[in-house]
Design a protein around this ligand. Structure first.
Ligand code: CDP
Length: 231
């Protein structure tokens, strides 16, 4: 019998393929897939919806502490990986808007917001059999994860992927604007004082610029096999 690593951390910058690979990997292994980015996005969406300025750190932090975020199985067959509820309201697509993209990195830099959400993420991680995806999973949220993957790609490639996703969803998009938005988020996410985006020392970095989804998945599955221990 082989024992698979019980927690798998997948980190990387915007549109590096974390959610696609994380979702497929969890499905293959029969693990829970948990995308931590949706929590930061839900808090940002709720702030905007309630007229709270993204700059208002105290109010945004209070909201992050109070907001109930549920990630449940898809309730609508419209291509979603899961349904996100913020205080019971379905915000699955709303949290992907350009306004949320603009506000989410500043919101994620607030220590109180990170403290509130990190605690919830650790509780999910402790249950095991989970693939958790984000920016700081291998470094801060689950430093003892059994396998840590860091997915990367050039900013142009990542912006192109996000641009095509938006077009596929029928959203109006300009490549230059998407590129600028991804660059801006990369800068804030990598430059913040607390839990900045970076590969953990023991993470395995995969440059996905020239790789298709299946190729990345195969590499990751090979790494999972390599970390599995014989019982
Ligand atoms: O899907 P995409 O890569 O565009 O972003 P995401 O994973 O949904 O994350 C949105 C934002 O949330 C990031 O740009 C970070 O600012 C923040 N985030 C974070 O700070 N820590 C995490 N563990 C996950 C996301």
């Amino acid at each position: 019998m082989l024992t698979l690593p019980s927690t798998i951390a997948v980190d990387g910058p915007a549109a590096s393929g974390k959610s696609t690979i994380g979702g497929l990997l969890a499905e293959r292994l029969g693990y829970v897939y948990f995308d931590t980015g949706v929590m930061y996005r839900a808090v940002t969406w709720a702030a905007i919806a309630r007229g709270i300025a993204v700059k208002d750190e105290a109010a945004v932090t209070g909201l992050a502490e109070r907001l109930r975020i549920d990630v449940i199985r898809p309730t609508v067959a419209d291509g979603r990986q899961y349904t996100i509820l913020a205080d019971g309201q379905d915000v699955t697509w709303e949290i992907r808007s350009p306004e949320v993209d603009l506000g989410v990195s500043p919101v994620s830099a607030y220590p109180g917001v990170r403290a509130a959400l990190t605690a919830k993420q650790r509780r999910i991680g402790q249950k095991g059999k989970v693939v958790m995806v984000g920016r700081d999973i291998g470094t801060v949220v689950l430093p003892d994860a059994g396998l840590k993957i860091y997915l990367d790609a050039t900013v142009e490639e990542r912006a192109g992927r996000r641009f095509r996703e938006m077009l596929d969803r029928g959203e109006p998009a300009e490549f230059d604007e998407v590129l600028a938005s991804v660059r801006r988020r990369d800068e804030i996410d990598s430059g913040r004082a607390l839990a900045p985006l970076r590969a953990a020392g023991d993470a395995i970095v995969i440059d996905t610029t020239a790789l298709g989804i299946q190729e990345v998945l195969e590499r990751v599955l090979a790494l999972v096999d390599g970390r599995s221990a014989a019982e």
